[in-house]
Design a binder for this molecule. Structure first.
Ligand SMILES: Nc1ncnc2c1ncn2[C@@H]1O[C@H](COP(=O)(O)OP(=O)(O)OP(=O)(O)O)[C@@H](O)[C@H]1O
Length: 300
C-alpha cells in the first residue's frame, strides 16, 4: 500500500498542499481527481521524489521511500517527454534497455506492449508522425515497460478517443490485477467513475474525500429516485418531502429522504401500475462539484 500522511508543501509563501493524506492499495485502480491547480501534479511529484515535501511522509508497504524503492515506480508525466524522431518500437526497446533488460527481452517486451496498446501497425514510424492520442499510448507503454510495482500517471486519458480509453483501461486494470498500485489523475469524472475502484478528491490542496468509489456515491448527498407509472404522476410535486427535478406525465425524477421516497412509492401503487421505481446514486461529477463549491466557501 502507498500511503501519504500530513504532506505539506509551499511554493514561496503560497501553501499548495495542506496535510494531504490518503492511501492507494495494491490490485486496485485509484483515481486522483481535482480541478485545475488543486495540487495533483505537486502530490504526484512528491510521491515520485522529484519534489520534496516540507513535512509529512510517503511510505510504501510501511517503508519510507528511497531511490532504490522508487526504481520500481513507473511514471507518465503530464508533459510528454519522448524522442520525436525515434521509431515507436526503438523507443520503447531503448527504455526497456535502460531498465536493465537485455537486447532480446527488451525488444520482446516492447513488442508485447505495443501489441496490447494497439500500436503494432505503427511500430516502425517515428513518434512525431503519430496522432497525439497514439503518442499518448506510446507514453503509457514507456511507463509500463519495466513492469512497475507502483504506476503513477498524470492525465493518462486526456485526448484519447473512447475506444482508446477502453484499451488503456484494460492494460492498466490488468497491471493492477497483477498486484501493482495504480494511481492516476484525471479530469474525466465519467471515466473515473466507470473504472476506478477507489477515488481521492483534492480541492485547494486539501483532501476532500477518499475511499471506494461506489461507497462514496452511496454515502454522499440526497438520493434521487426515478418513478415510472401507467398513471399520471403530477401529484408527486405536491408530496411533502419530495423535490421534483424532472416530470413528464408517467415519469418523475425526484429527490427525497428514504422514508419519504417509500411514501411516494406507496401512494403511486394506490394510484396505478408502477412500472419502475429505482434509486439513483449521485454521479461523481455531481459529488465533485458539490465538494468543490463547499470547500471554496469554507476557505473564503
Ligand atoms: N513550480 C511552481 N512554482 C510556483 N507555484 C507552482 C509551481 N507548480 C505548481 N504551482 C502552483 O501550485 C498549485 C498546484 O498546482 P498543481 O500543478 O499541483 O495542480 P494540478 O491539480 O496538477 O492542476 P492541473 O489539473 O491544472 O494540472 C497551483 O496553484 C500552481 O499554480
Amino acid at each position: 500500500m502507498l500511503e501519504l500522511r500530513n504532506v505539506n508543501r509551499s511554493y514561496g509563501d503560497h501553501q499548495v498542499l495542506h496535510d494531504v493524506g490518503f492511501t492507494a492499495g495494491r490490485g486496485r485502480l485509484t483515481g486522483f481527481v481535482g480541478g485545475n491547480g488543486a495540487g495533483k501534479t505537486t502530490t504526484m511529484r512528491i510521491i515520485l521524489g522529484v519534489l520534496r515535501a516540507d513535512s509529512g511522509t510517503v511510505t510504501l508497504d510501511g517503508q519510507t521511500l528511497d531511490s532504490s524503492s522508487r526504481r520500481r515506480f513507473g511514471y507518465m508525466p503530464e508533459e510528454r517527454g519522448l524522442y520525436p524522431k525515434m521509431s515507436v518500437h526503438s523507443q520503447v526497446t531503448y527504455l526497456a534497455r535502460l531498465h536493465g533488460f537485455d537486447r532480446r527481452s527488451a525488444a520482446a517486451r516492447a513488442e508485447e506492449l505495443l501489441e496490447r496498446l494497439g500500436l503494432s501497425p505503427r511500430r516502425d514510424d517515428p513518434l512525431e508522425s503519430l496522432s497525439l492520442g497514439n503518442q499518448q499510448r506510446v507514453q503509457i507503454a514507456a511507463a509500463l515497460v519495466h513492469g512497475p510495482d507502483v504506476l503513477i500517471l498524470d492525465e493518462p486519458f486526456s485526448g484519447l478517443d473512447p475506444m482508446a480509453v477502453d484499451v488503456v483501461l484494460d492494460v492498466l486494470s490488468e497491471h493492477a490485477r497483477q498486484g501493482a498500485i495504480v494511481l492516476f489523475s484525471s479530469h474525466q469524472l465519467d471515466v473515473v467513475e466507470r473504472l476506478c475502484d477507489d477515488i481521492v478528491i483534492i480541492g485547494g490542496g486539501r483532501i476532500l474525500a477518499s475511499g471506494e468509489t461506489y461507497g462514496l456515491r452511496e454515502r454522499h448527498g440526497t438520493r434521487r429516485y426515478e418513478l415510472l407509472s401507467g398513471a399520471d404522476l403530477g401529484w408527486v410535486r405536491e408530496h411533502p418531502g419530495a423535490q421534483v427535478d424532472e416530470f413528464d406525465a408517467g415519469r418523475v425524477l425526484f429527490r427525497a429522504e428514504e422514508a419519504e421516497a417509500q411514501q411516494v412509492l406507496a401512494a403511486a401503487v394506490q394510484r396505478g401500475e408502477v412500472r419502475r421505481f429505482s434509486p439513483l446514486l449521485p454521479t461523481l461529477s455531481e459529488i465533485f462539484k458539490d465538494m468543490a463549491t463547499t470547500s471554496q466557501e469554507a476557505q473564503r
